[in-house]
Design a protein around this ligand. Structure first.
Ligand code: ADP
Length: 395
């Protein structure tokens, strides 16, 4: 910052432009009292709260007027260019600086002390009026900037509140769904255990009871695993390896058939001979394809056949398609079925198809970790095809 730059004719012209009511004599007196200073860009000429009693007239460059909100956040009130002045509020109100003035660019500024300025202002009521107008303008702009900022904060708060409400609704739904999903198998287990304890079961019926208990325990473990997986979801690539697509599909199919009691449903598996091995998270892919298969079985109440296909997609990657002839999905729901806990069957309705609503969320998460995508084409009453497309190799 330099303070010894010379006053020029331009300075006299500038004072005239800024204070048109002043006589030539008064302007000359101001020129005597003035000193020219230059400031680099990004410099606070003064800060809110500073003591200070001089007025600054901008000859070259631009400055920002900044005030601080309660949380110390800066609010930009105005930007001033040449011929505009600032700093007059402090000496009229005898208060400290009410804003920070920060140079946007290098600035050449004329500084005039309070005593010199007021000596001239005292004999020039029109100059005082000009000053008052400027002060009122500054106050108005500050008010407007602060109100805008408050409005913005209010909008952000409202959005956060709506988000919280949605989360709260989801939480209640999860609790209802989860308790239902756990209570049903637990009630069945308790029933069978009671009968076994009373010695009422033997031979074949004992075997059936134990099978049912096992299946229900598996269901509970499956839900718990789904939930844990959902909360564990975070990207990591350390367990990627080259995997064989048919192996994945067979493992997923066996698990899905067992958990969904779909051993008798006809399943065809058609894997094109040119499907390559893929670099993938094996466990994740089994979970994703298993979730799709479980849905295909679950949402095909008439036990209609399910087809699994794997083929090369555009030579770039591998597609795995799982096609059912089940109830299908209404167009309005397609967008949302991948959302966590989203279910087409609403809570409270008699549940035809049990589930937590997390299978597709997990599948999508896994597929996206592979930089792949998952698509669905479906017609209500005709059936659905879910297709996972994976790039051949992810670096
Ligand atoms: P869940 O099956 O536990 O409800 P998902 O996340 O796997 O959870 O699926 C979300 C919703 O998408 C399901 O509730 C169901 O309405 C719909 N859906 C998923 N797969 C199918 C399918 N193959 N056929 C019809 N509807 C499906």
């Amino acid at each position: 910052m330099t303070t010894n730059a010379l006053l020029t004719n331009g300075t006299i012209q500038l004072l005239h432009t800024a204070f048109p009511d002043l006589s030539r004599n008064d302007i000359e007196s101001l020129v005597q009292a003035a000193r020219v200073r230059t400031f680099p860009a990004g410099f606070d000429i003064f800060q809110e709260g500073d003591k200070g009693d001089s007025l600054f007239l901008l000859e070259e460059g631009q400055v920002d007027i900044v005030v601080h909100a309660d949380d110390n956040q800066e609010i930009l009130v105005d930007t001033l260019g040449p011929t505009r002045y600032f700093g007059e509020m402090a000496f009229l109100g005898e208060t400290s600086r009410m804003a920070t003035i920060r140079t946007q660019t290098e600035c050449r500024i004329i500084e005039i002390g309070e005593a010199d300025f007021m000596a001239i202002a005292r004999t020039n009521p029109s100059l005082l009026r000009t000053l008052m107008r400027q002060i009122i303008g500054h106050i108005r702009r500050t008010d407007r900037a602060v109100i805008n900022e408050l409005n913005n904060k209010n909008d952000a708060l409202q959005a956060a509140y709506a988000d919280l409400e949605a989360q709260e609704a989801l939480r209640s739904q999860v609790i209802v769904t989860l308790s239902h999903e756990l209570r049903t198998p637990l009630t069945s287990i308790r029933g069978y255990l009671g009968l076994i304890n009373q010695g009422a079961m033997s031979g074949n019926s004992l075997k059936m009871a134990l099978d049912s208990i096992t299946r229900n325990v598996e269901k509970i473990i499956g839900h718990t695993n789904d939930l844990l997986l959902l909360y564990e979801m975070h990207p990591k690539s350390s367990d990627f390896e080259y995997v064989n697509v048919p192996d994945i599909l067979i493992e997923a199919l066996n698990t899905a058939r067992a958990t969904m009691e779909a051993e008798t449903t006809r399943v065809t598996m058609d894997i094109a001979p040119d499907v390559p091995e893929i670099f993938a998270d094996r466990r994740g892919l089994v979970l994703a394809t298993r979730a799709l298969l479980e849905n295909a079985f679950k949402y095909s109440p008439d036990k209609t056949p399910v087809a699994i296909r794997a083929y090369r997609e555009n030579g770039m990657g591998v597609a795995i398609a799982i096609e059912d002839q089940g109830i299908g999905i209404a167009e309005a729901d397609v967008e949302r079925i991948f959302d966590p806990f989203y279910r087409m069957e609403k809570e409270g309705a008699a549940q035809l198809f049990p589930g937590l609503g997390v299978g597709l969320t997990i599948a999508k998460f896994v597929v996206e970790r592979h930089h792949g995508r998952i698509t669905v084409s479906s017609t209500p009453g005709v059936g659905s095809t879910f297709t996972i497309i994976l790039p051949h190799r992810v670096a």
